[in-house]
Design a protein around this ligand. Sequence first.
Ligand SMILES: Cc1ncc(COP(=O)(O)O)c(C=O)c1O
Length: 425
Amino acid sequence: MKSPKASPTLVMNEKVNAMWADGKDVLHLGFGESRFPVHPALSQMFQENASQRSYLSSLGVPELRDTIAKYYSEKLGINFIDKQIIVGVGSKSLLYAMIQSIEGDLLLPKPSWVSYSSIAHLTGKTIHRFLLDDKNDYSLNIQALDKAYQDFISDGGNPTMLVLNTPSNPVGNVSSDDEMKSVANWAQDKNIFILSDEIYSLVTHEGFSHKTIAKYYPEKTIIFGGLSKHLSLGGWRFGMAILPNNEHGNYLSKSFQSIAGSIWSCVPGPIQYTAILAYSGNQDIDAYIKMCTHIHELRTNYVHRKLKEIGLDSPSPSGAFYLYPSFKKWKDKLEKMNIFSCQNLSEYLLDDFGIATLPGSAFGSDLNNFCLRLSTSFLDMETDEQAKNIIDAYSDDFDNFIENHHPRTALFLEKMSQFMALLNE
Ligand SMILES: Cc1ncc(COP(=O)(O)O)c(C=O)c1O
């Protein structure tokens, strides 16, 4: 039996929870959970639908599919119809079902989110990574992609799927329209599916807009999304995907029905009926999404700026709530401290500084690049009460929002400054 690997993000979260339970003070930058309270209208709708106890359609109830189609038609400027929409238990279940349904192997960016490779592994698919351009804010370079594609074929692989993710986890930036156009042309030429993970599409920072590759390559692009990030509803496990409106989409929809029907049957009734409200375009909910996104932006930009001031640079955040710095510059010093990889570095920061991070290797980066992924979403929002206080402070004390209401963020920056001083000794 092959031993299955647990998700590094969930493992880190459980480790931090255990440390907190033991009374240890840990600054948690190791888990990308958006922590804002449930919007009151959604909470109320959920309670009103508690009696929805029947098994429902695996694809999603018709009203929900229709509502989601209209919502994304407006957001993405593409005309979607209800039969293109499928819903799942978090977008992970949809990614799993799509990867399982499409014959062939996967091209994955390096770095990219931890679960693509583990899902590929579960479904018995092979992966081949192409390097994002770290000298250029981890943008996608077509030459590197094409070379990886050719190498994959030479190695006996059958690349039929390319995974893209914008805004990106772990880098925290958004892809440009030009990037999308050139990848779409390339993928069309190779006739491969694009699995476009757009779960952070509504968490883009001011001045940046989300672009979907489906605009340029609708015939073989599958868009993934859900409620986990922009509405902080990760634990509700609601995801959705938009299939192409053609024979590929019809096939994938049937295959999805078979997989969902065999494993989880359907998304729970109370969640499906509440999701109708979440995607209804309700003005108050949309304003809440904008506010939460702005708070992520302010906090992430602040940490980025302060880390830069102490010498630790990373690509400028333009979406989501992540930073992806590399400590490679300090390789010699780190090795003198018995830190030989990003994994060692992440362990060291947890043990000696009480800072939880994820090593870049979890995202496919090389161990000796010394990259860490930092998520700002937990800082000063560790408990539900703190999360509520952050919302109140944003509304009541905007001018001093960061300085006066983020003591744990300040502590993190102080500890990082001590660590950087050690590296520069
Ligand atoms: C890039 C990316 N895709 C998908 C997910 C998972 O989302 P869901 O909660 O919908 O399964 C995450 C969660 O961290 C993510 O970062």
